[in-house]
Design a binder for this molecule. Structure first.
Ligand code: DP6
Length: 349
């Protein structure tokens, strides 16, 4: 027999960035972060997990290609979920798995992303969150979302925020065992429904420096990272929570852009420096900054993760439409590497 479960998790885009770990093994961050979870129809991972007594080992396929599970982050999540597995009964198939038997059974996992992997679009976040959630479903794990977020965190830090929709805060926590380093939902999907997110795919190539090694180098060498984590982010997180609660786009946009810029400044302050943005990314920032300045108030916000792709957040469809027109005018797809635009989140243009 084979028993299967399938799940889908969206990716999330940080508006206050996580960059730096205080514990590499448990994936504990040096500061809180805040993100918005996208609509699963646009950028998401879909994972099917199957269990059968005829599987001789655990195996995993990512976008159709087998990947190694040994010692990896998927392995820590698998171990944590297995520990919490409960009895499962499928009357129709006549299958009964007792919780003590889960340790003897192996799983096959197949995961697909509907967007470029490792191009700085936080694909690991959706993938790991989906893996934990689906495995938990298959193994009848009873833990709440907070607990699942802390398991997903051990796969990839940003994954813990994809357990929830809407606006999510990953609380860094104080405990050495990571028990209080969990994600909490600040507001649900319906709270700020007018926002439109446009992702300009500047390059879908794999990034050169992974987030994991990049942030390790920053922790070891960047004095700005310490200042950011201790002095800047705590205050910014409070202001961002307030902006989200009151749907104050002006404050939301200023904080989002400033935080993206500071994160990339930390990357430059790292030795050797890390360049995630390219010339097209910088030109997109200039375009948005000029537009915002000419109107006297933010029309759109930008944020960039560990790659050159721009995530642009508009307060409504009107601004999103103007933005798309500007992007298409200044970056016609044929004469640069800005290959496509993906429109995500709650509303589609
Ligand atoms: C720039 O979560 O990919 O996207 O914990 O090492 O897996 P690991 O790193 P990861 O880092 C994401 C960094 C970021 C900012 C963010 O999402 O907050």
């Amino acid at each position: 027999w084979v028993l299967m479960a399938t799940g889908r998790s969206p990716t999330n885009i940080a508006v206050i960035k996580y960059w730096g770990k205080r514990d590499e093994a448990l994936i504990l961050p040096v500061n809180d972060s805040i993100s918005v979870t996208l609509d699963p129809d646009h950028l998401s991972a879909t994972t099917t997990v199957a269990v059968s007594p005829s599987f001789p080992s655990d195996r995993m396929w990512l976008n159709g290609k087998e990947i190694s599970l040994s010692g990896g982050r998927f392995q820590s999540c698998l171990r944590e979920i297995r520990k919490r597995a409960q009895d499962v009964e499928d009357e129709k198939k006549g299958i009964r798995i007792k919780k003590e038997d889960w340790g003897k059974l192996h799983v096959h996992i197949a995961s697909f992303n509907n967007f470029p992997t490792a191009a700085g679009l936080a694909s690991s976040a959706a993938g790991l969150a989906c893996f934990v959630f689906t495995l938990g479903k298959l193994m009848n794990v009873k833990e709440d979302h907070g607990e699942l977020s802390s398991i997903a965190r051990q796969g990839s830090g940003s994954a813990c925020r994809s357990i929830y929709g809407g606006f999510v805060k990953w609380c860094m926590g104080k405990n050495n065992d990571g028990s209080d380093s969990i994600a909490v939902q600040l507001a649900d999907e319906a709270h700020w429904n007018d926002l439109v997110i446009i992702i300009a795919v500047v390059s879908s190539k794999q990034k050169e420096t992974s987030s994991t090694s990049g942030m390790r180098d920053s922790v070891e060498t960047s004095p700005l990272l310490q200042y950011r984590a201790q002095t800047v982010v705590p205050e910014r997180v409070l202001k961002m929570e307030e902006a989200i609660k009151s749907r104050n786009f002006e404050s939301f946009a200023r904080l989002t852009c400033a935080d993206s810029n500071q994160f990339h400044a930390v990357c430059l302050d790292t030795s050797p420096p890390i360049f995630y943005m390219n010339d097209t990314s910088h030109r997109i920032i200039s375009l948005v900054e000029k537009w915002n300045q000419s109107e006297g108030t933010p029309q759109v916000a930008y944020t960039f993760d560990a790659g050159p792709n721009a995530v642009l957040i508009a307060p409504n469809r009107k601004n999103a439409t103007i933005l798309l027109q500007k992007l298409l005018y200044y970056f016609p797809p044929q004469d640069n590497d800005l290959s496509s635009y993906m429109v995500g989140d709650k509303s589609i243009l």
